[in-house]
Design a protein around this ligand. Structure first.
Ligand SMILES: Nc1ncnc2c1ncn2[C@@H]1O[C@H](COP(=O)(O)OP(=O)(O)OP(=O)(O)O)[C@@H](O)[C@H]1O
Ligand SMILES: [Mg+2]
Length: 252
């Protein structure tokens, strides 16, 4: 991590994500709630995937598994050569901080910190000096068009600007993969469009692989590939669209 985000390569090293026969249940008291049932799919390097489906169908659960925030009950998730389901907590945390940027519906910014300080946070886990941290965070904020709002606290930013700040925080460590859980869910149409433009740009110019959960058909339109979950099962929303992406190993 020698150069700030946006000044590095074009993401040619992005890994493929291979989700193989993943199942996940939650246990509550005596009750086991099955959430994902034998889900398999392949995400090619540099792809922009939208994940849709009704509320409760398991979208956020799948996203959290891909991001290494939660653990599978069965199956494997290969990211490049790394099977993240076999990593212990500290190895997983290291992998996550290097490889994944997470974007949330409600931004999850720290209210008492400025935009710049919020974006600097993930860099505290890296060996960068204070000066380098500032440099990288400044570059990330400039990249999302907030060079003139760095000293604002979240309450002094619009919703769209808060989401831009959150995107800057997600990309500041230059991860290969961005996962976004309803990133436009709390925004008006114009701001949502701007956030989607920004994400599409990060995908196209920097080669970031993006996995985005959304309920918004306009957001899904921006993706290369749309997959849908229903009651924990992955269904092909448009089989014709999936042809080029189908993995023969998974669909013999
Ligand atoms: N920590 C948990 N403990 C128990 N059950 C959970 C937990 N997290 C999620 N669930 C259950 O798992 C199911 C899937 O939840 P998930 O959050 O993945 O759905 P979703 O598709 O993201 O829905 P939404 O569109 O409303 O965000 C739901 O029935 C939910 O109640
Ligand atoms: Mg959800």
């Amino acid at each position: 991590m020698s150069a700030p985000v946006g000044q590095q390569g074009s993401g040619s090293g992005s890994p493929a994500i291979d989700i193989r026969a993943v199942s996940k249940s939650y246990v509550r008291g005596q009750q086991t709630v099955p959430v994902l049932k034998d889900v398999s799919f392949h995400i090619s390097p540099g792809e922009f995937v939208a994940l849709m489906g009704p509320s409760g169908s398991g979208k956020s659960t799948l996203l959290n598994l891909i991001a290494g925030i939660d653990h599978v009950d069965a199956g494997t998730i290969l990211v490049g050569d790394t099977d993240i389901t076999t990593l212990n907590e500290s190895a997983l945390a290291r992998w996550r901080s290097r490889s994944i940027g997470f974007i949330f519906q409600f931004y999850n910014l720290i209210p008492v910190l400025t935009a710049l300080e919020n974006v600097e946070l993930p860099l505290l886990l890296t060996p960068l000096s204070a000066r380098e941290r500032r440099e990288h965070a400044t570059a990330a904020l400039a990249l999302v068009g907030l060079a003139d709002r760095m000293d604002h606290r979240p309450s002094e930013l619009s919703g769209g600007q808060q989401q831009r700040t959150a995107i800057a925080r997600a990309i500041v460590t230059d991860p290969d993969i961005l996962v976004a859980d309803e990133p436009t869910g709390d925004l008006d149409r114009v701001s949502a469009g701007e956030i989607l433009d920004l994400m599409a740009g990060l995908n196209k110019s920097l080669g970031k692989t993006i996995v985005m959960v959304t309920h918004d058909p306009r957001a899904a339109e921006r993706a290369h590939l749309v997959r849908s979950l229903e009651k924990g099962l992955l269904i092909d929303s448009d089989p014709a669209d999936q042809k080029d992406h189908a993995d023969p190993a998974l669909h013999p």
